[in-house]
Unconditional design. Structure first.
Lengths: 386, 397, 236
């Protein structure tokens, strides 16, 4: 076995080349990681949004709460069902009404925001609901609370400001909330009655959120809502529901994968280029080592190892470069609802997996051909090389 | 250029290295083309629509709001309007799968007068107009699902609680940068069904967007460019204080609204593009530097013979630009050729009705790669130009 | 005979960090037109440095180097580069041909710096190759030529602009005896028939014997200056 020190020293001696290659590949790795960090952020928020005991009730055949509304009367009856979890304030179930108006961003461009009319219990049906600035709104006063990102990006979104959607709909922002990173953090929350009044839709709801008291009650409730003659609605387990909302996530993953693959090839070629040059300039050394008694296999492994080390440096640097990205969050449009969705970058499994995969492919595949060339050199020819 | 032979031969000196450098640049350029074209193709389509002098009326509060159907007649009667049609998004399922293509309820008599770049043979148009359950579909859709005129096209309701049983009466033709996967059917067909449903359940509407009588948006064809601006204002003024205030804008602005909504996505794409370009700088710069390091004697010989600094600099730089330019050409022009021939819209799940690489993007990509070659070659070129002749000629023992 | 190369009090030093390394000290030399001069001496004696000074590749620290009346020390860098192109032909021990160019293209290299038309350039290349006896090998690449042939191409390249001075740094160092003789024969011919002034650094005593005059250097000083009566140098 050719000592690994040899490879490390060589990388150090040709430091300019090593540096350029490492920087070049690191940038490519970082770009891919950022994309997948966004994918991870999106998946996380979707996953966190779904509590295993929660049901979301929509009109039968509907696929999204933005378009799956039904009569308010039926909704009221739902709230009285047995099997719903209860706490000191009553049943953990809430009617909710969605509106998707156009809102102006601070930058002057427009996007559609989800305004959700909620009942008090709605808060308990979201993971970790917390007011982090200001206070919660009071019923019937035309107030609302917003997520951090709405406060930052939309005109009138800060505490004390006013969000106005057209002539009729105005809400005074009184607080900022977080909800465990779930999808609620892309929304504006106002009192159900206010939203009903402002949009003139007091006869209907968009959905009803219910938490079952336990797994047994969960199954029973579901059956009753879906099959019972009284209702004939769709009762979807929240986790399932959010899984189907992941259009944007799928698109991102597909795009991210495509980009990562292309970038990996680019990085692979760059690493290969460097390694080919390394082999070429060390031809005589290789010949010497073979003459001394190191086998072809030793040479192969040595160069593959060097290639991997080079790639590792690039991959690690690229990965580290994405760490400060935890502040990154982008706002874009959900293809389903045409409404704004906020995605926070999340450094997690996907990011590391991408970085590792790219590094290994770069190092192994990029370094294979040069290493083979090193191996194929005939000893005498190599020693004669000037 | 008399030195071209030498420059070209130098690039061929180490075909593996040149090949790998070209490949790196080509692949990264290819990626850049895809990412940039995504937005550029949309922009191009938007500005192309300027010629048609169309404006779009929608509810000021967004897509969730209604535009009462009666307004279509009212708008059509206005001065400067040639034709107007409702465009109500049905959003149904086909073969019980979530919507992958657009379905609109329109005024069959007016729609092809409004969208005049969409063409339909007269007999098909007549058949469409005559039959209430008739529909017209786009050519890409016909190809994908193997549909012909006369086939049925049943759609299952998703947003609306009614299903549609349509019959294909025509397949339209439209320019490359438009949606060729739409289904257009009679507004009255949908409306009648909704009204029946409303009266039988005897209750109020469930969602405004699924109520009967909603035109969705109104496409209006104006007489000329001047009337577009005045009509936008006039329509909005007219309906400002009603229950359903409107927001009217040119078709181009409407399209831009969508890309604006993409928001942060564009920024990320831009930053990734920058990162890739910088990375390429390192990659090709490294390749050039490695190449030059192997040619120190040769450069010294040239200088001894009388090739001065400027000439040596120029020769090295030209080589770098050439190699990078080749990579850019393969990546940029290659991607343009690829997407001109291959249609990927079916695979995007309706997200992208069309995708191609505009010339502006391809040429910009080529330009960027040439610049890359220059920037990455500068340092090795300067080093070579300033290298000491004597040291270069010193015999390596 | 008109003086062709003149060195007056030439000294050359190199600076390496704080150390000053003297390479040539107090050199005075006169070379006539058409002379065939050999420079000999042990390693480090300064012979290559002297060659570089005469060829305009290096600048003396003190003193004057005049070639054909031109004081090289007064020329700027670009001027001396142009001067080299017009006046000097180079022949190296390791031939130093450009591997990616054919023999003809290698010979053409110095001509690219002139304003000659393509047709004229081709003609001159053909002539040069004929003089060195390589007509018919125009489109061969250096790797397809033997060592002797490569050196001939190098010589053709050196004479193609019809320079006044030829400098050769151990031109036979890499060649076997027979080939070396052929090359030396060629150099003699260039000196005799075409009146080229030749300054050659060599370790090879047989090569030195062909020159008209042999200079011996040691530790940067001229220690011997011998005329070869037996040679047929153009100067004599």
């Amino acid at each position: 076995m050719i000592p690994f020190k040899y490879n490390v020293r060589n990388l150090r001696v040709r430091w300019k080349t090593t540096l350029m290659t490492v920087l070049g590949t690191a940038l490519l790795v970082a770009s891919s990681c950022i994309l997948f960090g966004l994918v991870e952020g999106l998946e996380h928020s979707l996953k966190v949004s779904g509590d295993p005991l929660d049901l979301i009730v929509l009109r039968k055949g509907a696929t999204a709460e933005t378009t799956g509304g039904f009569e308010s009367k039926k909704a009221d009856e739902l709230l009285t069902l047995n099997g719903i979890a209860r706490d000191g304030d009553g049943p953990l179930a809430a009617k909710e009404l969605l509106n998707i108006p156009a809102a102006e961003r601070v930058s002057g461009t427009y996007n559609n925001l989800i305004v959700r009319g909620v009942e008090p219990a709605s808060r308990k049906l979201r993971p970790d609901f917390k007011i982090v600035a200001g206070r919660d709104f009071e019923s019937g006063k035309g107030e609302c609370i917003v997520s951090r990102f709405v406060a930052k990006n939309y005109k009138g979104g800060q505490v004390g400001g006013q969000l106005a959607f057209g002539e009729k709909e105005k809400y005074r922002v009184v607080g900022i909330f977080t909800a465990g990173g779930s999808s609620a953090e892309s929304e504006v929350w106002a009192d159900l009655k206010d939203v009903e009044r402002n949009t003139g839709r007091d006869g209907s709801v968009s959905c009803v959120q219910i938490r079952a008291a336990g797994p047994e009650e969960f199954a029973k409730l579901r059956k009753e809502i879906e099959d019972g003659a009284q209702f004939r609605l769709a009762a979807k387990p929240e986790a399932e529901y959010f899984a189907t909302q992941s259009d944007v996530s799928t698109f991102f993953k597909a795009a991210g994968t495509l980009i990562a693959i292309l970038l990996t090839f680019g990085a692979m070629f760059a690493a290969a280029n460097t390694m080919f040059s390394a082999v070429k300039s060390r031809t005589r050394e290789i010949g010497t080592m073979r003459a001394l008694g190191f086998s072809r296999g030793d040479v192969l492994i040595s160069f593959l190892g060097e290639s991997l080390l080079l790639s590792l440096l690039g991959g690690a640097l690229g990965l580290l470069a994405t760490l400060p990205m935890s502040f990154l969050s982008i706002e874009t449009m959900n293809g389903n609802t045409f409404a704004s969705v906020n995605i926070d970058f999340r450094f997690g499994f996907w990011v590391m997996a991408v970085a590792l995969t790219m590094t290994l492919v770069m190092g192994l595949f990029g370094g294979m051909l040069p290493a083979l060339r090193a191996v194929r050199l005939e000893v005498i020819a190599a020693l004669r090389e000037l | 250029m008399k030195y071209l032979t030498y420059i070209l031969r130098n690039a061929r000196r180490n075909p593996v290295r040149t090949g790998l450098t070209v490949a790196s640049i080509a692949i990264s350029m290819f990626l850049m083309m895809i990412l940039t074209s995504f937005f550029a193709a949309m922009t191009e389509a938007q500005s192309a629509s300027k010629d048609f002098n169309r404006i779009i009326v929608m509810n000021a509060n967004g897509f969730a709001g209604q535009v009462p159907i009666a307004r279509v007649r009212q708008v059509e009667a206005m001065d400067g309007v040639v034709a107007a049609t409702p465009f109500s998004w049905y959003g149904g399922k086909y073969q019980n799968q979530r919507v992958l293509f657009a379905q609109f309820a329109v005024d069959a008599d007016k729609v092809f007068d409004t969208l005049d770049e969409y063409k339909l043979p007269p007999d098909q148009l007549a058949a469409f107009k005559a039959e209430k359950s008739g529909a017209v579909i786009g050519p890409k859709l016909a190809r994908e699902y193997n549909l012909k005129v006369g086939d049925p096209m049943p759609l299952q309701g998703d947003i609306y609680p009614v299903d549609l049983k349509l019959n294909i009466r025509g397949i339209y033709e439209s320019p490359r940068n438009t949606d060729q996967r739409m289904v257009l059917f009679h507004f009255d067909y949908l409306d009648d069904q909704l009204r029946q449903l409303g009266s039988s359940s005897g209750g109020s509407t469930t969602q405004p967007s699924s109520a009967a009588g909603n035109a969705g948006i109104i496409f209006v064809k104006c007489k000329d460019a001047a009337s577009t601006a005045t009509l936008c204002k006039k329509i909005d003024d007219e309906y400002r204080s009603t229950d359903f205030p409107t927001r009217t804008q040119t078709e181009e602005a409407f399209g831009q609204m969508f890309s604006e909504m993409m928001g942060g996505l564009k920024d990320i794409v831009y930053w990734i593009g920058c990162a890739v370009v910088v990375s390429l700088l390192f990659v090709s710069g490294n390749a050039m530097a490695m190449a030059m390091r192997e040619r120190t004697t040769e450069v010294a010989v040239l200088k001894a013979i009388g090739y001065d600094k400027k000439l040596v600099l120029g020769i090295v730089l030209a080589e770098a630009v050439l190699v990078a330019g080749l990579g850019g050409a393969v990546g940029a022009l290659g991607s343009k050729a690829l997407f001109d021939v291959v249609d990927i819209s079916p695979f995007t799940g309706g997200f992208l009705p069309f995708f191609y690489v505009p010339w502006s993007v391809a040429l910009t990509g080529l330009g960027v790669s040439l610049f890359l070659g220059f920037a990455s070659g500068v340092v090795p070129a300067v080093i070579a130009a300033n290298s000491s002749v004597i040291n270069g000629l010193r015999k390596v023992v | 005979m008109a003086a062709s190369i003149e060195l007056r009090g030439v000294e050359k030093e190199y600076r390496r960090d704080e150390f000053v390394v003297p390479v040539l000290s107090g050199l005075d030399l006169t070379v006539a037109e058409g002379e065939y001069l050999a420079l000999m001496g042990p390693s480090g004696s300064g012979k290559t440095t002297l060659l570089n000074l005469v060829a305009g590749l290096d600048v003396a620290t003190r003193g004057q180097v005049l070639v054909h009346g031109q004081d090289l020390g007064r020329l700027s860098e670009s001027e001396i580069t142009r001067w080299r192109a017009n006046n000097v032909g180079f022949i190296f021990q390791t031939y130093n041909l450009i591997p990616v160019l054919t023999a003809a293209e290698n010979v053409e290299l110095p001509l690219l710096l002139t304003s000659l038309s393509r047709k004229r350039r081709k003609e001159n290349v053909a002539t040069a190759l004929r003089v060195v006896g390589l007509q018919g090998r125009e489109s061969h690449y250096p790797r397809q030529l033997s060592g002797g042939q490569e050196q001939r191409v190098a010589i053709a390249r050196a004479i193609v602009t019809d320079p006044y001075l030829l400098v050769a740094d151990e031109p036979t160092g890499d060649l076997d005896r027979n080939t070396a003789d052929e090359i030396l024969e060629l150099l003699e011919q260039l000196n005799r028939e075409f009146q080229k002034t030749i300054v050659m650094v060599t370790h090879d005593p047989l090569a030195a014997r062909r020159a008209g005059r042999v200079l011996h250097l040691d530790k940067g000083r001229l220690v011997d200056d011998v005329i070869n009566e037996s040679s047929v140098s153009a100067a004599s």
